[in-house]
Design a protein around this ligand. Structure first.
Ligand code: MTE
Ligand code: MO
Length: 376
């Protein structure tokens, strides 16, 4: 069984597939803490979890210019570079995919609203490590890419991989981390032990776990999940007409929010005159959440939610925002709650999912809606 090395998992996770293991955080728990507890953090594995010996582990840094690659042990990685701890949310491109199935069936794992989490990641800057490997700022070429390779491999021994632009990785202000700790402890097996890349503000698929190699190259990673998946298409594109080369790989994600509590379909106590709605909001590219609007009547009237987030400079708002609002019942028997978040570029979420439907069910960011019943 190639999955024999997979670790034990928390029983509260909502399992979407066992081999490979994919599971999301129960929605009711997701809105409870600004930092998602590690054992409850969603897991998205495409392949079996590799068993990595921390003593023999080496990270290879290859500048792709014929020079000898730099190899670093876990100890060297920890000791030779300045360490940074950053709060960064990770979201799978397929978070909330299930809502797209309501329009027309999409291809991909079923995810509700729990394929997202917020954690504190500790590591060293990719930029610092590339500089130590001999890379010079004068060699920055925006047409080039930094490829990341994992230690998890498919049946043909091809590893999971992804890439990002070299310019972004080498930007003097870049926060891309080679991370070895999650919420103050070793990164657990499911989340990339001993080392993963953290590209803040970017889709989950690029956050390569069990990182083995970093390679500068003229082209994007050749990995299936970089080139032939995790791209957004028109609602009119179907599996007969789709051309994966026609769209760029998803990197920065669009603005997102969801209601964590109450659950859709919840029945409140008879006579309740107000109740609390809680949720999360986040946007890609370091754009902070500046406002969350909540409606008690499906979007006719709105109120402004109270926000809770970590202190982060604008443009580097990598962590998510939790929010809360008190909704008056006003004799309604059924309350149609919905929410939408606004990021610092005043990006907004679409009202409905139909116009953003796509065959892979990615980038599902319509207003999130829950129906709550209040018996008279
Ligand atoms: N890295 C490797 N090596 N293998 C993977 O299957 N899955 C990616 C990314 N990094 C993956 C990977 C995807 S699609 C997501 S959404 C995130 O990891 C999920 O990270 P998590 O499991 O720590 O939540
Ligand atoms: Mo993902």
């Amino acid at each position: 069984d190639p999955y024999r090395n997979d670790p034990e998992r928390h029983p509260s996770l909502v399992v979407r597939s066992k081999k490979p293991f994919n599971a999301e955080t129960p929605l009711a728990l997701l809105g409870d803490s600004l930092v998602t507890p590690t054992p409850l953090f969603y897991v998205r594995n495409h392949l079996p979890v590799p068993d990595v010996d921390p003593n023999s582990y080496r990270l290879e840094i290859n500048l792709g210019n014929g020079t000898k690659p730099l190899t670093l042990s876990l100890d060297e990685l920890r000791k030779k570079f300045k360490q940074h701890t950053l709060t960064v949310a990770i979201q799978c491109a397929g978070n909330r995919r299930d809502e797209m199935n309501g329009i027309k069936k999409v291809k991909g794992l079923t995810w509700a609203e729990g394929a997202i989490g917020n954690a504190q990641w500790t590591g060293v800057k990719l930029r610092d490590v590339l500089l130590a490997a001999g890379f010079k700022d004068s060699d920055i070429d925006d047409a080039k890419h930094v490829q990341f390779e994992g230690l998890d491999v498919d049946v043909s021994k091809a590893p999971y991989g992804a890439s990002m632009s070299l310019g972004k990785a080498m930007d003097a202000k870049s926060d891309v981390l080679i991370a070895f700790a999650m919420n103050g402890e070793d990164i657990p097996k499911d989340h990339g032990y001993p080392v993963r890349i953290i590209v803040p503000g970017v889709v989950g698929a690029r956050q390569v776990k069990w990182l083995s190699r970093v390679v500068i190259a003229d082209e994007e990673s050749r990995c299936h999940w970089q080139r032939n998946d995790y791209k957004g298409f028109s609602p009119s594109t179907d599996w007969d007409t789709v051309d994966f080369t026609s769209m760029p790989s998803i990197q920065d994600l669009p603005v997102q929010s969801a209601i964590c509590e109450p659950a859709n379909g919840a029945v409140l106590e008879a006579g309740t005159d107000e109740f609390t709605v809680k949720g999360y909001a986040w946007s890609g590219g370091g754009r902070g959440i500046v406002r969350v609007d909540v409606s008690p009547d499906g979007g006719k009237t709105w109120q402004i939610a109270e926000l809770k987030k970590s202190e982060q400079p604008e443009g580097k708002a990598w962590g998510w925002t939790l929010w809360e609002a008190t909704i008056p019942v006003e004799n309604r028997e059924s309350v149609d709650v919905c929410c939408k978040a606004i990021d610092s570029s005043y990006n907004n979420q679409p009202e409905n999912v139909a116009p953003i439907w796509n065959l892979r069910g990615v980038l599902s960011t319509a207003w999130h809606r829950v129906k709550v019943t209040v018996p008279p």
